[in-house]
Design a protein around this ligand. Structure first.
Ligand code: GMT
Length: 370
């Protein structure tokens, strides 16, 4: 099959899922054409069957806002025509589903039929999409898709309640490649032998509640000697750094910034903290679980479909910093409980392996091109 994969190329979960999915499909002999505005961060080395088409942006001075959606739709038309694609798979509704719809209509005019599948990832539905400035377009483009997928039951429910949807939504959860165990960094690069390591990985957007991560860590580090490693970057980083100084935690918190492979930090972590305001799935939590790292999270959205309370870690109400800290301390002080939860994490994560999840996408692809 020849597939056009439309995605955000950045560190966000939707881009990671799209890129890893494309790589896996290419390995199985499909031709995968990534279409986006810069090289996807997780793409790594280009291999046979993988192609990247860059959407170049015009900077004509008339435009206060460059018309990305129009340039994307034109690029999709070009790639479908010249590479003879069978199918488009767009990740994140805004503006990818509407660009795909536009491209589809242009191609129809040229006698070419191409279906598009839309995968909803989270904030396209839970934050942005439900705003009246997006809703009519998003509802229309979701309904015009050949198939629609959402990454959790919670996101499926939110989509039906926020939009006027008349299509079936297939839940296909995020997936992970099971850990390969290449240790480049060592625990003692970041912490003393006696210290526990807590970590958090995100794009530092307000929705991730980074201040809660730091406040949880403050209570934990008052109770036991520990370090916090923060991976990622984004708009909340300045505030987070200021809070570390205010709480006098600078020597205990490491800001690593964006790195291509967060698994290196997860492998040396004892606990992963994800107290998000909303989270449709929580790919970063799943990536921690693969490494056997128990999760302390909020119970927002689809997080409770990933982190099973009392089994793979604990989940609490959004903002309940005290409870999240108490659960962290109890878990880190109890070696037997920690080992049980660590094993449970690995076992649960294996249910979301690439080999288990990929067939659901393949099935939808085949049904859509029939
Ligand atoms: O905010 C992020 O985490 C990035 C965002 C994205 O769209 O790139 O992630 C969303 O999609 C991921 C992959 O499906 C999910 O695992 C994340 O839970 C989801 N983020 C939110 O819902 C906040």
């Amino acid at each position: 099959m020849k597939i056009g994969m439309v995605l955000y190329p950045t560190y966000g979960g939707s881009g990671v899922v799209a890129t890893e999915l494309g790589k896996a499909l290419a390995k199985k002999g499909n031709e995968v054409h990534f279409i986006t505005y810069s090289q996807p961060v997780r793409l790594g080395k280009i291999t046979k069957n993988i192609f990247y088409h860059e959407v170049s942006m015009s900077n004509y001075p008339l435009f206060d806002y460059p018309p990305y959606e129009t340039e994307l739709a034109s690029k999709i038309v070009d790639v479908v025509l010249h590479e003879a694609l069978d199918l488009l798979h767009v990740h994140y509704a805004i503006p990818h589903a509407s660009a795909a719809f536009m491209a589809q209509q242009i191609l129809k005019n040229k006698g070419i039929q191409i279906p598009y599948i839309t995968t909803l990832h989270g904030t396209d539905i839970t934050l942005l999409g439900k705003s009246p400035s997006f809703e009519p377009v998003i509802s229309f483009c979701i309904n015009s898709s050949a198939a629609v997928t959402a990454v959790s039951e919670s996101l499926k429910k939110d989509t039906f309640s926020n939009f006027d949807i008349n299509k079936e939504i297939h839940v296909i959860p995020n997936f992970v490649e099971l850990s390969e165990g290449s240790d480049v960094i060592k625990r003692n690069d970041y912490a003393k032998q006696s210290q526990k390591i807590l970590s958090h990985v995100s794009n530092f957007r307000p929705v991730k509640r980074i201040a809660d991560v730091i406040k949880i860590f403050k209570i934990v580090s008052d109770a036991l000697d520990s370090k916090l490693i923060l991976v990622g970057d984004g708009p909340e980083r300045y505030k987070a750094e200021a809070l570390c100084r205010e709480l006098d935690l600078c020597d205990k918190i490491v800001f690593i910034g964006k790195i291509p492979d967060s698994s290196q930090i997860l492998k040396i972590s004892d606990l992963f903290i994800l107290p998000s305001q909303t989270e449709s799935f929580g790919l970063s939590a799943l990536e921690a679980m693969v490494e056997g790292v128990p999760i302390i999270s909020s119970n927002a959205g689809g997080l409770i479909e990933v982190n099973i309370n009392g089994e793979t870690g604990y989940s609490s109400l959004v903002g309940n910093v005290k409870e999240m800290a108490q659960n962290s301390i109890a878990l880190l002080k109890n070696d037997q409980l920690w080992s049980e939860m660590s094993n449970n994490c690995k076992e649960r994560a294996s249910k979301f392996s690439l080999e288990n999840i990929l067939p659901f996408y393949e099935k939808l692809y085949l049904e859509s091109i029939k």
